[in-house]
Design a protein around this ligand. Structure first.
Ligand SMILES: Nc1ncnc2c1ncn2[C@@H]1O[C@H](COP(=O)(O)OP(=O)(O)OP(=O)(O)O)[C@@H](O)[C@H]1O
Length: 252
């Protein structure tokens, strides 16, 4: 079963073909790695998939639905959530509130019930708090729920970003260099957490990463992008031993 089917996705900036006929099929439940040298177009692919950029050409099908050209909010509602290369938390909000912002897609109460503090408001708030704590627990962040997210150590801020993305209840999670800046122990722990959440939340994951240990350790398939286009695509052992890939990327 296909969760994501991308066909001939392309975008140029001026004369630069940043992404050029990018096609990929990610099956339900798969963990796919997207790798490539600096400037290969990986983040641009994420920006296209999430509606930040509109493609010049191509099609994006999510779980059978054509989402090409939709806005970032509509795409998030359709089931794609992402994290960013540079952490983008609401630094002046608590850890708990960062996750609750993500939950708002799925828990609605009317403005009236909020203003007048009607019973329905408290019921929804209670359910949201429970759900937020459940997610924080998975990431080992529940004890820090009330502290400002800015005061979390770096590795935990990265985890909180994933927790917040997860709170929007995605079918497909896009992780942009989740291990960037982490030490080996933090990276190891992150790999475990990713493995846990994909099972628990029935996720399909596409992950950009420079850390080859992480990519080779958890990805079932790997797509190598070079100059905006496919260099290799397939099983990790095949892709990582491909001489073209070694030349273009690993041998840098
Ligand atoms: N909004 C934009 N305007 C102009 N050029 C852009 C824009 N966004 C990306 N690019 C260019 O597109 C190319 C691909 O960039 P992108 O950030 O997608 O690469 P990347 O593979 O994610 O690189 P890195 O591993 O360094 O993050 C680069 O040459 C970049 O300068």
């Amino acid at each position: 079963m296909e969760m994501l089917k991308v066909k001939n996705l392309s975008i140029s900036f001026g004369g630069l073909h940043a992404v050029d006929s990018f096609s990929i099929t990610v099956n339900k439940g798969e963990l796919y790695g997207l790798i490539g040298p600096n400037g290969a177009g990986k983040t641009t692919v994420f920006n296209l998939l999430t509606g930040v950029y509109k493609p010049d050409m191509g099609q994006i099908i999510l779980d059978g639905k054509n989402i090409t050209g939709l806005s970032p909010v509509e795409i998030n509602k359709a089931g794609i959530a992402r994290t960013f290369q540079n952490i983008r938390l609401f630094k002046n909000l608590s850890v708990l509130d960062n996750v609750k912002i993500g939950l708002h897609n799925n828990y609605n109460y009317s403005t009236i019930s909020g203003i007048f503090r009607l019973p329905s408001y408290f019921r929804t708030e209670k359910r949201m708090n429970e759900k937020a704590y459940e997610i924080l627990e998975v990431f080992g962040l529940d004890k820090e729920a009330d502290i400002l997210s800015a005061n979390l150590p770096y590795g935990k801020q990265r985890k909180l970003e994933i927790a917040r993305a997860l709170a929007t209840n995605p079918k497909l999670l896009l992780l942009d260099e989740p291990a960037a800046g982490m030490n080996p122990a933090e990276t190891e722990e992150l790999m475990e957490t990713i493995t846990i959440i994909r099972k628990k939340y029935d996720l399909t994951i596409l992950l950009i990463e420079h850390d080859m240990k992480l990519v080779a350790g958890i990805c079932e398939k790997i797509f190598v992008l070079n100059f905006g286009t496919e260099l290799a695509n397939g099983l990790p052992q095949d892709v990582l031993n491909n001489p073209e890939v070694i030349k273009a990327y690993l041998g840098e």
